[in-house]
Design a protein around this ligand. Structure first.
Ligand code: CMP
Length: 150
């Protein structure tokens, strides 16, 4: 098993819906360790860099507009196979297919309002973390409970 960092972003609307605590609780209860967390507005430039792979797709422009429409919460999470674990907790990208009990399955109805972004690979995670966080903003710390979780 590989202990790794991954990246998550709670999308616009998360604060207005008052579900930040619920979503983060699920990530923590799974055992993911928060190493960085930032409430921020993202610029169109940052959104474009983050979603560069989707440029040209029909949903790209509305996606950028939505992602810059309100504050987001960006996070670095660490754990064993953290990228895989996080994506499982989030559920399928399309909330229509996301299982009940997953974040998207429980909190979203539409693909373009799917509540949370999760990196799709450790390589994407490294790229996305570097876009959102300076190295000194990522806090590594001892976790004496880790032996009970991982
Ligand atoms: P996310 O994990 O943030 O990555 C790209 C986002 O584009 C995705 O979640 C969805 O919110 C959004 N999106 C909207 N329409 C589509 C689509 N048809 N296919 C994939 N992603 C879409």
């Amino acid at each position: 098993m590989a202990f790794e960092k991954t990246f998550a972003m709670l999308k616009p609307g998360i604060l207005q819906r008052r579900i930040v605590g619920d979503v983060i609780r699920r990530l923590e209860h799974k055992g993911l360790r928060i190493q960085a967390l930032k409430l921020m507005n993202i610029t169109p430039e940052l959104a474009a860099q983050h979603y560069a792979e989707h440029k040209g797709k029909p949903f790209y422009d509305p996606l950028i507009e939505y992602m810059t429409s309100g504050p987001v919460i960006a996070m670095v999470l660490a754990g064993e196979h953290a990228t895989h674990q996080l994506r499982k907790i989030c559920g399928a990208t399309n909330p229509d297919e996301a299982a009940p009990g997953t974040i998207r399955g429980d909190y979203s109805e539409k693909m373009n309002r799917n509540v949370i972004h999760a990196s799709d690979s450790p390589e994407s995670a490294a790229r996305e973390i570097a876009l959102f966080f300076k190295p000194e903003e990522i806090i590594e710390y001892e976790d004496e409970h880790a032996k009970w979780i991982v």
